[in-house]
Design a binder for this molecule. Structure first.
Ligand code: EPZ
Length: 441
């Protein structure tokens, strides 16, 4: 078990190159399994979840070569249609192999997906969509697997009842080679989905988006490609907050601000500033931090993955801020850890009229085991503590807190952080953070 030791309070200064997007990398690795030709993917972050997906591509029969941040994949033939539990359960994206396995081998067996402990995270919406395309899928609670088969996936018009990011992507992957025209309605709008669409079109796919509708003209075959994926919006926001809280000295590169408007709008409201210098963007504070009220929403709303680092940011604002989480049931795993460091945060549950519509997860009025909002009373000076990382984005939040807290903090559960952030220790050390990884055993 590894732990991170951080001596907080240092001013950070220097350049940070933002990595490629985790939530694109995982999906283009699945997309590469839709052709028997060679696919090259550039700007791939070397992180735990990518390694898991590389293992799964190999497991189903693909050959994978990793050279720096470039991955070459070739799945000449599907040799295995069962996704193993111990690998599949590590990341939610493993369920998306349903698409290439059904497309090329007409059958698949996948474990109920895992991912972060931030809510039930079922894949009922994915399954419904695939059934509409002619897949028969049965969940066997005895073995915990979904058993899927099809004579041939066919085109259809399918409207998602509720927004789903990876559900939309699974439908795109399943229909890109399905005979006929598939129309996906109420499709999710995340920019990462559009990057997956461009990737598939570079392989010969015929996919276009009109707002929340995506139209796919099925093609017989997809050919190989060489493609560089977009930047990681979560990592960008994490380092932007890190910069603003540690003296404004970080120069971030490989960012497209046009994909960050919902963050920039609220950051500006809080008094945050940024400037562009050549290819670098520097986030800083010139006056005191102002409290804000945020409701997380699917894109183009304020992204749920940003709410942890934002809560930390608001501990340094003068006054009360609120964050209302509408995408997942249980995304406040970091609150207990910030409280250990002196943060003053309360839970509350806003009264919502049409809760089932308002919440993106499957709302159950009888389930009051989770709180859906927090109030952050700022400003509180944070002090060191021994901390436990519960999930990937909570890890980023707790790491930021340790960087600004007085004294030495110890963070356990570093593996969670490494699932989604490449070499955080090395990159932070290079800009002046006093941080090191220690192996417990
Ligand atoms: C994707 O998760 C991302 N993960 C998440 O990032 C991100 O927070 C989320 O989209 C929103 O943008 C990947 O791309 C691998 P959803 P996903 O389907 O697919 C419920 C990170 O840290 N739901 O839009 O889970 C679901 O439980 C991760 O990188 C169902 O109930 O997002 C959630 O509460 C965290 N049934 C809500 O809907 C379904 O079939 C939104 O899920 C599908 C989803």
């Amino acid at each position: 078990m590894k732990k991170l030791i951080v001596n907080g309070g240092k001013k950070l200064k220097g350049e940070i190159a933002i990595s490629g997007s985790k939530n694109v990398a995982l999906k283009v690795l699945v997309a590469a399994c839709l052709t028997d030709e060679e696919v090259t993917i550039r700007n791939v972050p070397l992180i735990g979840d990518v390694n898991t997906m590389i293992d799964l591509v190999g497991w189903i029969g693909g050959k994978v070569k990793v050279k720096g941040n470039t991955i070459t994949v070739r799945v000449e033939k599907i040799r295995n249609t069962i996704i193993p539990l111990e690998i599949g359960a590590k990341t939610r994206a493993s369920s998306m192999f349903l698409a290439p396995l059904l497309c090329r081998a007409k059958r698949a067996k996948i474990p109920n997906p895992g991912g972060c402990r931030i809510g039930a995270r079922p894949i009922d919406r994915h399954i419904e969509g695939l059934r509409k395309m002619g897949a028969s899928i049965v969940y066997d609670s005895k073995d915990g697997f979904f058993h899927a088969k099809t004579s041939d996936l066919h085109a259809c018009t399918y409207k998602f009842e509720k927004n789903t990011h990876t559900g939309t992507e699974t439908m795109i992957l399943a229909s890109v080679r399905a005979k006929g025209k598939t129309v996906i309605e109420n499709a999710a709008l995340e920019p990462e989905i559009d990057d997956l669409i461009s990737f598939l079109n570079s392989m010969g796919g015929k996919i276009r988006r009109v707002g929340k509708t995506i139209i796919i003209e099925g093609v017989e075959k997809l050919h190989g490609t060489s493609y560089s994926i977009m930047f990681d919006r979560n990592e960008t926001m994490t380092f932007a907050i890190a910069s603003a809280l540690t003296g404004g000295g970080l120069y971030l590169s490989n960012i497209d601000l046009s994909k960050l408007t919902s963050f920039l709008d609220i950051y500006r409201k809080a008094g945050g500033k940024w400037e562009e210098e050549n290819d670098f963007i520097r986030f800083y504070m010139s006056s005191r931090l102002l409290p804000t009220d945020v409701v997380t929403k699917p894109h183009p709303g304020f992204m749920t993955d940003w709410q942890g680092p934002w809560a930390l940011f608001m501990t340094q604002a003068e006054g009360d801020s609120t964050i209302h989480e509408s995408v997942y049931e249980n995304r406040f795993g970091y609150v207990s850890e910030l409280r250990k460091m002196g943060a003053n945060i309360d839970y509350f549950d806003p009264k919502i009229k049409n809760a089932d519509e308002f919440y993106n997860f499957n709302f159950n009025p009888k389930d009051n085991s989770y709180h859906h909002a927090i109030r952050v009373h700022g400003r509180t000076r944070l002090h060191n503590a021994v901390l436990q990382i519960s999930d990937l984005r909570a890890g980023a939040t707790i790491l930021l807190a340790a960087l600004i807290a007085k004294g030495q903090s110890v963070l356990y559960g570093v593996e969670q952080l490494e699932r989604g952030y490449e070499n955080m220790e090395g990159r932070l050390k290079r800009v002046g953070a006093d941080i090191r990884v220690k192996d417990e055993n």
